[in-house]
Design a protein around this ligand. Structure first.
Ligand code: HEC
Ligand code: HEC
Length: 194
């Protein structure tokens, strides 16, 4: 009995030390004050093989969305970021495959994900009519509500979508954006019963 309680006290200490301990009352949905990050969908096929073999040993692919560059811009960026790394050298074929994909996804005519969006803390939450009123104004000028109704994302996923929509031209304040993120994740989230 005694040995057991000492053991569990040690486990707590270890959990606190490695940062896995969540204080009671901290909910999983606690609002995050760090800058929003993009999320890039992994490509299929040969491009993914090039990225898997040459790129992801040091960092992920999400950061690519911070850029909107033409081919020459991508060449410069990749060269300049990796001058100290002799490993980041691709064959011409691999390099062309990668550049084709980068330019198609994050070309000069795309909208770069902003580095600066820090979600504001929200204290009021939308009712359904309030959410629909905002979406009628801010979203339907470009596409139907079905586009939104058919989508399912986590809270972070909706934030990425809405930050991207604002880059495309949606007129919406930070507070409106974040309040809509909360409403969408509540009503069109990834929980199976939504
Ligand atoms: C050996 C480690 C390593 C490999 C492999 C690597 N990178 Fe990097 N990459 C880095 C480092 C270090 C940085 C600079 C990160 C920083 O400034 O925070 C960087 C930065 C970048 C950036 C700019 C990121 C930003 O947010 O500013 C891009 C884009 C990028 N790399 C793409 C690639 C691609 C594409 C490949 C594969 C061809 C690749 N990287 C392979 C180490 C690597
Ligand atoms: C200026 C035009 C414009 C406005 C305004 C706009 N969108 Fe979009 N939206 C697009 C375009 C273009 C696409 C398809 C291309 C893409 O995915 O980037 C899209 C796609 C989407 C998708 C599907 C994306 C996916 O990957 O699942 C969702 C969801 C969405 N929009 C939600 C919204 C919401 C919510 C608003 C209002 C806050 C909004 N949009 C406002 C232009 C717009």
């Amino acid at each position: 009995m005694k040995a057991n309680s000492r053991k569990s006290a040690t486990s707590w200490a270890v959990l606190v030390l490695v940062g896995l301990w969540v204080p009671p009352g901290a909910s999983a949905g606690a609002q995050d004050r760090s800058a929003a990050r993009p999320s890039v969908e992994r490509p299929d096929g040969p491009v993914w093989q090039v990225i898997r073999q040459n790129c992801i040993s040091c960092h992920g692919i999400d950061d690519y969305a911070f850029f909107a560059l033409d081919r020459a811009g991508w060449v410069d960026l990749i060269d300049s970021q990796h001058m100290d790394y002799e490993d980041v050298v691709l064959s011409d074929d691999d390099r062309n495959l990668l550049l084709d994909w980068l330019v198609a996804e994050f070309g000069a005519d795309s909208e770069a994900f902003p580095r600066s969006y820090i979600p504001p803390e929200i204290t009021v939450f939308f009712t359904d009519p309030e959410a629909f009123r905002l979406m009628e104004r801010a979203c339907t000028p470009c596409h139907g509500m079905d586009r939104i109704n058919e989508s399912r994302y986590s809270l972070d996923g909706w934030r990425v979508v809405l930050v991207n929509m604002r880059e495309q031209g949606a007129v919406i304040t930070d507070e409106e954006l974040e309040t809509l993120v909360e409403w969408l994740s509540r009503t069109r989230g990834i929980n199976p019963n939504q």
